[in-house]
Design a protein around this ligand. Structure first.
Ligand code: AMP
Length: 196
């Protein structure tokens, strides 16, 4: 079974996906982390995506599909995975279901949308930048890049909320409160999905 996290940059997808992965023993597939690792290691993929990531834009769908397909084909994903950061466009979402079926996971069965107001997202990302200290942190947490990431999110990723709502697999989670409170809401949604 594949579980997908959706939500704006800074919504807490990575933090919550990691907790869910730990609780259910499912691998967390964070495309952002995978791409950052490729950049850090200087692989051909990393060289291709470095500039795109620094500008806050999206890596092309065909390249992302290759990355995700290769990862989902690994044995630890045989009984499912938690996707954090994929899909991010309609094209990616449309490519994911046939891929999920090919690897025996059926269609995406649960999409957790973390709802966080935009002002809160910007406040959190600025905090992430300050916590990291001058010069540290993610390259793409600089203010102008954050604004571009938000624009890209609204234009290309937010439409997936309707896409998955229409398929009947969307659960909206209030992404405000403490990390524990948010996780409890997510876990309740997952348990309901498992029992249904
Ligand atoms: P994230 O850590 O999920 O915020 O991702 C950081 C950056 O990696 C994004 O701003 C994109 O440039 C790139 N990226 C991650 N996942 C995807 C994806 N599914 N499609 C396109 N680009 C992605």
């Amino acid at each position: 079974m594949l579980t997908v996290f959706l939500g704006p940059p800074g919504a807490g997808k990575g933090t919550q996906a990691a907790r869910l992965a730990a609780k259910y023993g499912s691998p967390q597939i964070s495309t952002g982390d995978m791409l950052r690792a490729a950049v850090a290691a200087g692989t051909p993929l990393g060289e291709r995506v470095d500039g795109i990531m620094k500008s806050g834009d999206l890596v092309p769908d065909d390249l992302m599909l290759e990355v995700v397909e290769e990862r989902l084909d690994q044995p630890d994903c045989a009984s499912g995975a938690i996707l954090d950061g994929y899909p991010r466009t309609r094209g990616q979402a449309e490519a994911l279901d046939p891929l999920a079926q090919r690897i025996g996971q059926g269609e995406v069965s649960l999409v957790l949308m973390l709802d966080v107001p935009e002002e809160e997202v910007i406040r959190r990302i600025s905090g992430r930048r300050e916590d990291a200290g001058g010069g540290g942190g993610r390259d793409d947490d600089q203010e102008h890049v954050v604004l571009e990431r938000m624009r890209v999110y609204r234009e290309l990723t937010e439409p997936l909320v309707e896409y998955y709502r229409d398929k009947g697999v969307l659960t909206e989670i209030a992404g405000v409160g403490t990390v524990d409170e948010i996780f409890d809401r997510i876990d309740a949604a997952v348990r309901e999905n498992l029992s249904g």
